[in-house]
Design a binder for this molecule. Structure first.
Ligand code: MG
Length: 173
């Protein structure tokens, strides 16, 4: 059984993951409207991944005999100045999520809940990847500057991104 403190913190994290999903879905819609479908595709995959993150936590709470409580999701911005602006906002957001995951990890350690700490370890690694993905794209956008051909090529590259089921869901059940 999960202790109440851990359960509450995990439910908060589910809300944070769903907020991330909503934020990236909004970015995808922004890029659809901007005529950059490759960028929209990249953010739609982010959207799916964030829903997966929430699902991993929900499955985990249920597995431990806890109770998932879904709360209201805050409104998200609806437009960004430029692709660079959107990716900088994404990196900043992911850095915030990393600190939430680290806080949860510290709490699980403090509460001697090693199963929760183990589950969180996957997220610690995942956050390294999330932040790195954003940095790589920010670097590419910096190189592109205001070169239209560069933006066209990056849009094509991002259109090729495909979704893969994260390992905790691929192996569950
Ligand atoms: Mg996430």
């Amino acid at each position: 059984m999960l202790n109440q403190k851990i359960q509450d913190a995990l439910n908060e994290q589910i809300n944070a993951e769903l907020f991330s999903a909503y934020l990236y879905l909004s970015m995808a819609q922004h890029f659809e409207a901007e005529g950059l479908p490759g960028f929209a595709n990249w953010f739609k995959i982010q959207f799916k991944e964030e829903q997966d993150h929430a699902t991993i936590f929900m499955n985990y709470i249920n597995q431990r005999g806890g109770r998932v409580i879904l709360k209201a999701i805050d409104a998200v911005p609806t437009s960004w100045e430029s692709p660079m602006d959107a990716f900088k906002a994404t990196l900043e957001h992911e850095q915030k999520v990393t600190s939430l995951i680290n806080g949860l990890y510290a709490l699980a350690t403090e509460e001697n809940d090693y199963a929760t700490r183990d589950r969180l370890a996957w997220f610690v690694t995942e956050q390294v990847e999330e932040e790195d993905n954003c940095r790589v794209l920010i670097d590419k956008l910096r190189l592109i500057g205001d070169n239209g051909m560069g933006l066209y090529m990056l849009n094509t590259e991002l259109a090729a991104r495909t979704y893969t089921v994260p390992s905790p869901l691929a192996t569950a059940e």
